[in-house]
Design a binder for this molecule. Structure first.
Ligand code: NA7
Length: 546
């Protein structure tokens, strides 16, 4: 190992959500000194910031929770199948207390820059509190959906009422009683908050650009029997989720093709799964994600349900997605979303027919009218996957910024490391399954892989880990190749493809080959002596750089 300058910390971690908290816990096994920076004044990550009414995860809580500690797994009682976001945040607070994680976290502090110093083989990290410190290992545990996106609608700042982004919700809540409220956006966040705001508001106007497929959650209280059943079978189910399930969620996978059965049998199966609720519906036939014809059978079924639930046929039609395959935009899981449009105080505006012209002091002006409002809710999403990383001034070897390296789209080995950025790790970064998997499973797998890499580094007495450029480029080709075997390219305007951010390159951001395959690939790479990763002494590097 090189005899280089002492650093302030062995490991610096950015973010104290699911990823950052587990990273602190896991890194303590080998790193004596850790510092974690968190922009919020509490732990929880997305569950800390996204406090809009109706927020829930779209994966059941027994699965959307850590598996790394059996006692933790068995002692936390979820109240509902899909627990409210506040309960998920409470769980993460419990985890922080239980493992005494707060002592390593500095709250209310945003990391603004991290620059690699090739001479010293360290990272120099700067915060918005004016602090600069050095570390050997730099872990971006900043999540995939943490950089919120405010649309560039003319006049937004002129609005005289309240403006709220779902991803930056006031922690004391917002009282919409009797008010005239607009929600812009009908992705998961819009679909979750619209039914709740409708109950309170005097009048709710939903501004929809693209309708979404949504499946009822059929959410309910969690019974002791259900909980117990999971606890007794956790080991096997967790294994199955990782090794055999494309989204790392335990599901009942149906037969290979929707085309192999007649409509009556197919619809009976779709109905059965509709009653179970949630994304279970999407696993009815294995070729729904890959075959257009099979996919259309599931899409037709959902459109029929929308027409059945929504009283006004014109509104039902507006709410029915017609121009992309089901599942290629993130499937939404709702609680009485479509039913909400039967309320007399709710109105839907189709922005494809009447786009927003501008926002004025008193409301939103479309081509045809002025909608007078007291409040505007922006449920307009995120600069997904890359945003949380490129919004920080990260510079690797030769002062190359990550933003510049990724100008034509993210380049990364396995979504966890970037060539030219030694000892920097991106937890569930672009090029890994991330948002296409149960992200808690994906996070645990990444943190454990990082820990393995660091143990190997220590054992072999070297300083730096970094992907081979060839391995990174081969992985990029693989990420682009697997997406061609899915229907994602039939839906090019999604945030999975970067299309929701003006100027962002249109490339698939997550690895779409299935978590189970990704997990096997990572394990094979480890078994093969960390194939594709380069381990080196900082001194060797210095010579190479000169
Ligand atoms: P999403 O899924 O990106 O949804 C954002 C919504 O906002 C979507 O309906 C967009 O329409 C709409 N949008 C965005 N910009 C505009 C403008 N300028 N005008 C009108 N409508 C606009 O974000 P969410 O927060 O709902 O969900 C993100 C993920 O978080 C979710 O999948 C879960 O994993 C958790 P578009 O579809 O682009 O036409």
């Amino acid at each position: 190992m090189s005899d280089y300058k002492a650093v302030d910390y062995d490991v610096v971690i950015v973010g104290a959500g699911f990823a950052g908290l587990y990273a602190i816990h896991k890194m303590r096994e080998q790193a004596p000194s850790i510092r974690c920076f968190e922009a919020g004044d509490g732990v929880g990550g997305v569950w800390f910031w996204n406090r809009y009414p109706g927020i829930r995860c779209d994966i059941e809580s027994m699965q959307y929770s850590y598996s790394f500690d059996k006692d933790l797994q068995n002692e936390w009682d979820w109240s509902e199948h899909y627990a409210p976001g506040g309960e998920i945040c409470a769980y993460l607070n419990h985890v922080a207390d239980r493992f005494n994680l707060r002592r390593d976290i500095t709250f209310n502090t945003r990391v603004t820059a991290a620059h690699f110093d090739g001479e010293e083989g360290l990272w120099r990290v700067t915060t918005d509190q004016g602090e600069t410190l050095t570390t050997r290992v730099f872990i971006m545990a900043t999540g995939s959906l943490s950089a919120s996106q405010t649309p560039d609608i003319p006049g937004l700042d002129d609005f005289s009422g309240g403006t709220y982004h779902t991803a930056e919700w006031p922690h004391d809540g917002v009282d919409f009683s009797g008010r005239r409220v607009a929600v812009i956006g009908t992705g998961s966040s819009g679909i979750q908050c619209i039914p709740e705001i409708a109950k309170e508001a005097g009048q709710l106007t939903v501004f929809q650009r693209t309708p979404n497929f949504s499946i009822p959650a059929q959410n309910r209280s969690m019974s002791d029997e259900y909980r117990q059943d999971w606890r007794e079978n956790y080991d096997e189910r967790r294994r199955y989720a990782k090794e055999e399930c494309p989204s790392a969620v335990v599901r009942e996978f149906g037969p290979p093709s929707a085309k192999a059965v007649d409509k009556a049998a197919r619809d009976a199966e779709y109905h059965r799964r509709w009653r179970i609720g949630g994304a279970e519906f999407m696993s009815a036939y294995r070729d729904i994600p890959t075959d257009l014809e099979s996919n259309a059978t599931a899409a037709d079924f959902v459109r029929e349900r929308i027409a059945e639930v929504v009283n006004n046929p014109e509104t039902a039609e507006m709410l029915s997605p017609r121009d992309y395959p089901i599942g290629t935009k993130r499937i939404c899981i709702d609680n009485f979303y479509f039913e909400t449009y039967n309320r007399s105080n709710v109105r839907l505006v189709d922005l494809k027919k009447t786009p927003i012209k501008r926002i004025e002091a008193s409301g939103i002006r479309t081509g045809t009218e002025l909608h007078v409002l007291d409040d505007i809710v922006l449920a307009t999403g995120f600069d997904a996957l890359t945003g949380p990383l490129t919004r920080v001034d990260i510079r690797g070897r030769g002062n190359l910024s990550l933003k510049d390296k990724w100008a034509d789209g993210p380049k990364s080995y396995l979504g966890i490391m970037v060539a030219g950025f030694p000892n920097m790790f991106t937890v569930t970064g672009p090029g890994s399954p991330s948002v296409l998997a149960n992200v808690v499973v994906a996070i645990e797998q990444h943190i454990e892989l990082i820990a393995d890499l660091l143990v190997h580094k220590a054992k072999t007495n070297v300083d730096l880990i970094e992907p081979e450029p060839q391995a990174e480029s081969d992985w990029g080709n693989e990420v682009n190749a697997v997406v061609e075997r899915t229907l994602f390219s039939h839906s090019p305007t999604t945030w999975y493809m970067g299309a929701n951010i003006p100027g962002k390159p249109r490339v698939i951001l997550p690895y779409a080959g299935g978590f189970h395959n990704y997990y096997r690939i990572c394990n094979d790479i480890v078994a093969d002596g960390y194939r594709g990763f380069r381990f080196s002494l900082a001194t060797e590097d210095r010579l190479q750089d000169t």
